[in-house]
Design a protein around this ligand. Sequence first.
Ligand SMILES: Cc1cc2nc3c(=O)[nH]c(=O)nc-3n(C[C@H](O)[C@H](O)[C@H](O)COP(=O)(O)O)c2cc1C
Length: 232
Amino acid sequence: MLQTVSPRQIFRILIVSALGIYSLPCPTRRWMFLQKVDDMATNPRILAFAGSTRTDSYNKKLVQIAAAGARTAGAEVTYVDLRDLPMPLFDEDLETSHGLPPAARQFKDLLLAHQGLLIASPEYNSSIAAVLKNAIDWASRPTAGEPPLAGFTNKAAVIMSASPGALGGLRGLVHLRSILGNIKVLVLPDQIAVPKAHEAFNPDGSLKDAKQQASIEQLGQKLTEILVKLNA
Ligand SMILES: Cc1cc2nc3c(=O)[nH]c(=O)nc-3n(C[C@H](O)[C@H](O)[C@H](O)COP(=O)(O)O)c2cc1C
């Protein structure tokens, strides 16, 4: 009988042959290694961040709700606050003279280490915030030994926004979707913009509206499910 080989089996075979894992003398260590390879396929790694540095940012709260949903669905989520990665404004002369600034390198390394992205983007003057665009611009720059757009290619992303305004930052999401799509990120159709954000959150960071809270958690869950399918 002809047996088809699943992409997961191919992935396993490739890793095993590349690393010569069957040469490991101890069967337990071999089994533990193979478990880890399988975990990479079933527990996707997701990087979550907001395009705001503000301490009380609505978007930071929002993305952490989606991150919790992703964790519940089995993802390993890293949350990063862009305030902790201060980058200079992108400047090609600075890049030529000094290369990637340390915070931009850190951000790019985080992107490289994750398969999925959860991004909550504030809307500034109908577009995305400069801090988010700046981080994307730095991380999009090629460095020696890396293929172009290495931090973004083949990532899957879910985007969301929160704003005190009536549209919830929806117009900024149109731009963010376009930017990410052009740098080879697969942006899922599911997205949510939370309007009247100044009234929407409880002091603990959850949303007052239970249905809205669940729908944001589901964004994280959806991204996790898609990543599991893509890696199956
Ligand atoms: C320069 C600037 C421009 C803004 N433009 C918009 C806008 O176009 N649409 C909107 O809904 N809110 C706009 N806002 C309000 C932001 O949505 C609000 O400051 C929000 O709290 C920012 O997100 P954060 O809470 O995650 O920091 C603007 C705020 C600033 C500072």
